[in-house]
Design a binder for this molecule. Structure first.
Ligand code: HEM
Length: 141
């Protein structure tokens, strides 16, 4: 009887661990998967491509393609099962002459979009930490 009870309890725990998000869930899963990354990419790029402080970099750029590419990039970087076929960060930005101020505006917009869309603080900080070292490849002036 006791044996069955213990086995039952163990099975219940295995079950609930599967239902709830396990602590080992990838950042991709915790942040809300491809739908959330697509939303963050679309909203961030809509804002920075219209903001007069950053818009000049996006002149002549096909925004729908860039939005998809950024979503795929974020998917791969957060541990999602996506394929990113774009350029390296260095190659993608070398023509654009992006300043430190422009870079900071874009990261700030992304941070605000994550807040607005209800991304958790630890997920937000984890993504920003992943993006931080890319500054040296994106900022070229
Ligand atoms: C951490 C910050 C950034 C990340 C992760 C990022 C990511 C990307 C990605 C994934 C692409 C697509 C590359 C491809 O498909 O080959 C891209 C392209 C581009 N990015 Fe960024 N970017 C960042 C910051 C910025 C900033 C600050 C600006 C300008 C204000 C900018 C402007 C552009 C432009 C204009 C392109 C398109 C280049 C082209 O198609 O010729 N990016 N970026």
């Amino acid at each position: 009887m006791r044996h069955f009870l213990v086995t039952g309890l163990i099975l219940m725990c295995v079950g609930c661990a599967n239902v709830q998000q396990s602590p080992e869930a990838s950042l991709y899963q915790r942040i809300g998967g491809k739908p959330m990354l697509t939303r963050l990419s679309n909203q961030t790029l809509d804002i920075v491509s219209k903001d007069p402080r950053t818009s000049h970099s996006f002149e002549g750029v096909k925004m729908s393609t860039l939005k998809q590419s950024l979503a795929d990039f974020l998917c791969v970087k957060t541990g999602g099962d996506c394929i990113y076929e774009g350029e390296t960060m260095k190659n993608a930005h070398k023509e654009s002459q992006i300043s430190m101020a422009e870079y900071e505006i874009m990261v700030d917009v992304l941070r605000q979009r994550m807040d607005q869309n209800g991304v958790g603080t630890s997920e937000k900080n984890q993504l920003l930490k992943i993006l931080a070292p890319m500054k040296r490849d994106v900022v070229t002036r």
